[in-house]
Design a protein around this ligand. Structure first.
Ligand code: AR6
Length: 166
């Protein structure tokens, strides 16, 4: 089951929230910075043991001070129009691998931000389409929420996926 809602993902009480990380897994801006601030320094300490993460892959840690039990860190593609097919495959892989990790760790409820749609420049409408389609394909056993952060995205989303917006 999938729904789309507006909010701050760091506040969500779900089994796992997904982080739009970079390949170092050592923090950054955007949602990554917000998650590290809310989880506390133990999150960074665990991330330091993971040896980074390739684009399109995902790794899991505990949630520390978050309400979520786990954080799944995935690394989206840095968008480039000239490599758009590859970027799309990598973005699909982020959702698929994150959902697999969630299931392997016994999670039932998962919240995703819109991976790559901020600093990494993936066109928001396309990023949303990839998110919804990939979660519909691979997230059947989970209750998944896509968490949007801004009003402009909510308007696009209602046009595209009105029935999923909660
Ligand atoms: N809750 C939900 N969504 C959020 C939140 C939040 N608290 N904060 C931001 N967003 P971005 P990326 C949205 O830039 O494009 C970092 O520095 C935001 O509006 O966080 O994958 C990493 O370390 C946007 O729609 O991630 C990497 O270096 C979406 O989350 C790089 O940015 C993703 O935006 C990753 O870039």
């Amino acid at each position: 089951m999938i729904s789309i809602t507006k909010g701050d993902i760091t506040k969500f009480s779900v089994d796992a929230i997904v982080n739009a990380a970079n390949s170092s897994l050592l923090g950054g801006g955007g949602v990554d910075g917000a998650i590290h601030r809310a989880a506390g320094p133990e999150l960074l300490a665990e991330c330091r043991t993971l040896g980074g993460c390739e684009t399109g892959n995902a790794k899991i840690t505990k949630g520390y001070n978050l309400k979520a039990s786990y954080v799944i860190h995935t690394v989206g593609p840095i968008y480039s129009q000239s490599r758009k097919d590859e970027c799309q495959r990598q973005l699909q892989s982020c959702y698929k691998k994150s959902l697999e990790l969630a299931v392997q760790n016994g999670c039932k409820t998962v919240a995703f931000p819109l991976i790559s749609a901020g600093v990494y420049g993936y066109p928001k409408k396309e990023a949303l389409k990839v998110a919804v389609e990939t979660i519909e394909e691979f997230g059947k056993d989970l209750q998944v929420t896509i968490v949007l952060f801004s009003d402009d995205l909510i308007d696009i989303t209602k046009e595209m996926f009105g029935e999923l917006v909660k």
